[in-house]
Design a protein around this ligand. Structure first.
Ligand SMILES: Cc1ncc(C[n+]2csc(CCOP(=O)(O)OP(=O)(O)O)c2C)c(N)n1
Length: 313
């Protein structure tokens, strides 16, 4: 038992983390076999996706990055339709027209990945403004990377969201601890003027802090506070989670799943049998998702004209 988190909740968090890893490993195999296009994976960020989404319902919105799969799986995304979208099939979440960089599932409140770095931030402020104007208690969560945090639009949005006390939580996944994995970034060539993006919250008068992103219990606890504050009209927060981008295995000492598994085992919350059962279940689900995607038709050329405009609902 962890303070404030029941054993059942801990196992739910673990299950979601496993689901994300198994799903992304399935996608990794498709990439290696040349059966889908380029996909940016989120491996290593499972604790953030699981810990954040544990506080959200389908009425709450998330806006994601170019590494959206973990966020979407944690938000309750349908694995079959997600896999079909990744393979550009007509049965996909975006009918095969968005691909992984724009994957979208309105039914679960996953309002879009963004190939444009930093794109989720102003969009989520917009969702939050809509929530505020409608007077509901929904909260928007915007995911972005530390690279995106330097975008002008991100800074402007933080200011406006603070001024208007919008119900939004800004979640920065900072993978710079793995500097060698950063895109186009030379070691020792500075990109950020400070170490901790969370510290920028103070510049806008909102709570901002930095945490270890492998620690799902910490993610769960601090996000719970930020989401509650946003729901209660207390305005936005900025949470930074330091993470390591990883490969497919769990041998890496930074692997959030490995670390959580060891904790849960030592506390007697998780057994080898339950762990194996969860992994088997997720493997079957992912296999079914791949089979569904493979067996689905491609979109018809005429579909390019469909779904372009939407009536107000
Ligand atoms: C507006 C914009 N500029 C540049 C790019 C090219 N690009 C794709 S991923 C990436 C790195 C983003 O870094 P970060 O936000 O920290 O995310 P990470 O990949 O580290 O998870 C860049 C520059 C882009 N997609 N959009």
């Amino acid at each position: 038992m962890s303070p404030g988190i029941s054993d059942e909740q801990l196992l739910d968090l673990y299950r979601v983390m496993i689901r994300i890893r198994v799903f992304e490993n399935g996608v990794r195999r498709l990439i290696d076999e040349g059966r889908c296009g380029h996909v940016s994976l989120s491996t290593g960020g499972e604790a953030v996706a699981a810990g954040v989404s544990a506080h959200l319902t389908a009425e709450d919105q998330i806006g994601s990055t170019h590494r959206p799969l973990g966020h979407l799986v944690a938000k309750g995304g349908d694995l079959k339709r997600m896999m079909a979208e990744i393979m550009a099939k007509a049965t996909g979440t975006n009918r095969g027209k968005g691909g992984p960089y724009h994957i979208f599932d309105k039914g679960v409140g996953a309002l879009g990945a963004n190939g444009t770095v930093g794109g989720s931030v102003p969009m989520c402020a917009g969702y939050a403004l809509a929530n505020q104007l409608r007077g509901n208690s929904s909260v928007a969560v915007s995911y972005f990377g530390e690279g995106a945090s330097n975008q002008g639009g991100v800074q402007e949005t933080l200011n406006l969201a603070a001024c208007w006390r919008l119900p939004v939580v800004f979640v920065c996944e900072n993978s710079s601890p793995d500097v060698q994995r950063m895109l186009g970034h030379e070691i020792d060539y500075p990109q950020l003027s400070i170490d901790d993006v969370g510290a920028r919250g103070a510049a806008y008068g909102i709570p901002g802090a930095t945490y270890e992103g492998w620690d799902v219990e910490k993610v769960y606890t601090v996000t719970g506070e930020a989401v509650e504050r946003a729901r209660d009209g207390g305005g936005p927060s900025l949470l930074e989670f330091k993470i390591h981008r990883l490969g497919s295995d769990e041998d890496d000492p930074h692997c959030p799943i490995k670390r959580f598994r060891e904790k849960l085992m030592s506390r007697g919350v998780l057994t080898e049998e339950l762990d194996a059962e969860m992994r088997d279940t997720e493997a079957v689900n992912v296999k079914e998702a791949i089979d569904f995607a493979v067996g689905s038709p491609e979109p018809e050329p005429i579909d390019a004209h469909m779904g372009v405009f939407v009536e107000d609902d």
